[in-house]
Write a protein that binds this ligand. Sequence first.
Ligand code: FES
Length: 99
Amino acid sequence: MSEYRVKLLPSDETIGVRPNELILEAALRQGTDVVYSCRNGTCRSCIHQVVEGTVVQEDAEYCMISPQELADNRRLICLATVRSDAVLEKVKPGKRLNA
Ligand code: FES
């Protein structure tokens, strides 16, 4: 099965992510040390900035991420998939930005 290559910053680790596989699931499958908690889009601990690539926020309407954050290319990787190779940078969860 082909995989997309996703580089995680600042650790600089690159993981393989299968089509339609959640990024967090892929990271855990490969033993990558990533910050997460709820795994359902509510705690925001896994938020990343998309630096390169196409990253889709699945179930965005149910996630604690605002339209403005989505427009700014931020994603909660526990509920995100990729459509290309990508580079993601961890950011502090902070407060949800309102649209
Ligand atoms: S792990 Fe909680 S929002 Fe992603």
